[in-house]
Design a protein around this ligand. Structure first.
Ligand code: UN1
Length: 497
């Protein structure tokens, strides 16, 4: 699969080239190879996409939910049948390993099935009334036209969980994916159209930040679902707030793993290495801080050194590679710069991986997985999201101290606690300021049927996935239903025989 694909926008059910600047989608493991190319959308094309979504909205909202769900069931089957091919394209475009790429396409299929199943689940609530003869119930209706802005790091799973949820609850969508992963966006949009989605219900446009801003600021957008950095998310959220538009923003993370003295050390090592270095650390849920209970810290770091040194770096299409490149040259420069600055400021490199697979193209955007021990909490690598294969370590005197360290800082997405002590695990549940807590598993991962999202600077608005998705993609109407005063006796008022 070395051919180059042409990227087409999807507007009102038609595929066509954009009228804006030409852009190239590069393979981060072989930057000389162009995976796909296309033209950005112009502002007029963004307008046309929103207009198409707006025109398609009433008929789609009026389509029975089971019929909407049928499109998702078919889409899931198509994705499943293409998992190997689309997963390989994902790897060529984004740089995560083959197992992760194919796994992510399967995960997207699972997400579509979960939302298709929403048609068979309860659709609202019924309450008792204080008044005789009345029922109160809450029904859900679509919000309208949704703008979806998605990041590069899960090119198909995150779009799937935003778009499938929006669609099944009766909304229409205009989607702008990250410019580094347009091919996977086109593949997902193809799946939806082949599955029978009517024209205009899903529209796809490519473009830079200005295109995103034209979309999220468009007067006919009713809601915005965004995943990306905290500064951009907050900018979008404030603009949406001014216009009274609902927003769901999933933003940064600086996720801590705490390893307590009684932990299963082998398990913790496996999970910390996976959490920190899978996808080259480019997950908002990646483990980027490690807090070690002092009595086991030296032993843990010794073992970690061996694990990290054994990681194989190289072309992610090679099945024996553990860590691929980061997304682009800017990311590589930024991340390596942060590592050098941390070391210059006194951080100690306690572990690093340099093993390249034979045949690796050295122009690929590789960053060696690195573990840094930090003395002071003000170190930028301890506080700021790096979005790369960098793990910062500190030592804690005891459990309470470890929790206090984990809760430091602005973010509150995910955390892990490794312990066999039930009391400590339950105390962590009560005291960790995060939206997702893992006890004895890595910080990354998100099942489709449960809420996902963070607190503090990590998230704004309703969470994603599970029933939380319904809260965001629908508006509720509370109905007080009474028949009034009938001109005849009701059975419940009649005299007993
Ligand atoms: C995961 O951990 O599998 O951008 C999902 C991100 C998150 C999703 C993480 N919004 O990394």
């Amino acid at each position: 699969m070395s051919e180059q694909s042409t990227l087409l926008h999807l507007i009102d059910g038609q595929w066509h080239e954009g009228g804006g600047e030409r852009f190239f989608d590069l393979n981060p493991a072989r930057p000389g190879h162009i995976v796909a190319e296309g033209m950005e959308a112009t502002e007029t094309e963004v307008d046309r996409a929103v207009d198409a979504a707006r025109r398609a909205a009433p008929a789609w909202a009026g389509t029975p939910m089971h019929a909407r769900a049928q499109v998702l069931w078919r889409g899931a089957e198509l994705l499943e049948s293409r998992a190997e091919d689309v997963g390989t394209e994902l790897v060529r475009e984004e740089g995560k390993t083959l197992g992760e790429g194919v796994g992510e396409v399967r995960r997207a299929a699972q997400v579509l099935r979960y939302y298709a199943g929403a048609a068979d689940r309860e659709a609202g609530e019924v309450y008792s009334s204080a008044r005789r003869g009345e029922q109160i119930f809450v029904v859900r209706r679509p919000v309208g036209v949704v703008a979806a802005i998605t990041p590069f790091n899960f090119p198909i799973a995150i779009p799937a969980w935003k778009i499938a949820a929006a669609l099944v609850y009766g909304n229409t969508v205009v989607w702008k994916p990250a410019m580094t992963v347009p091919l996977l966006a086109m593949r997902l949009a193809e799946v939806f159209t082949e599955a029978g989605l009517p024209n205009g219900v899903l529209n796809l446009v490519y473009g830079q930040n200005a295109t995103g801003a034209a979309l999220t600021g468009h007067p006919f957008i009713d809601a915005v679902t965004f995943t990306g950095s905290t500064p951009v998310g907050r900018l979008i959220a404030s603009d949406c707030a001014r216009r009274g538009v609902g927003v769901q923003a999933e933003m940064g993370g600086k996720n801590a793993a705490i390893v307590l003295r009684d932990a299963d050390i082998e398990l913790a090592l496996d999970q910390v290495v996976t959490g920190a270095f899978r996808s080259a650390g480019q997950k908002c849920t990646a483990t980027s801080r490690l807090i070690l209970d002092a009595p086991i810290a030296d032993e843990f770091l010794d073992l970690l050194r061996g694990r990290v040194a054994a990681l194989e770096i190289g072309d992610p299409l090679d099945p024996s590679v553990n860590v691929g490149p980061v997304i682009d040259v800017q990311a590589r420069e930024r991340i390596t710069g942060e590592i050098s600055e941390a070391v210059a400021a006194g951080a100690t490199v306690v572990a690093a991986a340099h093993q390249r697979r034979a045949g690796t193209d050295e122009t690929g955007f590789y960053v060696s997985p690195t573990v840094l021990e930090i003395e002071h909490p003000s170190a930028p690598v301890w506080k700021e999201e790096i979005f790369g294969p960098v793990l910062s370590v500190r030592r804690a005197d005891n459990f309470a101290h470890a929790v206090q360290m984990a809760n430091e800082g602005d973010y509150g997405l995910s955390a892990s606690v490794f312990t066999q002590d039930l009391t400590a695990a339950l105390a962590a549940v009560d005291s960790m300021d995060v939206g997702v807590l893992h006890v004895n598993s890595e910080t990354a991962g998100a099942d489709p049927h449960v809420p996902f999202g963070g607190v503090k600077a990590s998230g704004m608005g309703p969470k994603e996935q599970g029933e939380a998705a319904r809260d965001f993609f629908t508006q509720s109407t509370t109905v007080y239903l009474t028949g009034g005063r009938p001109p005849y006796a009701l059975p419940c008022e009649g005299a007993r025989p």
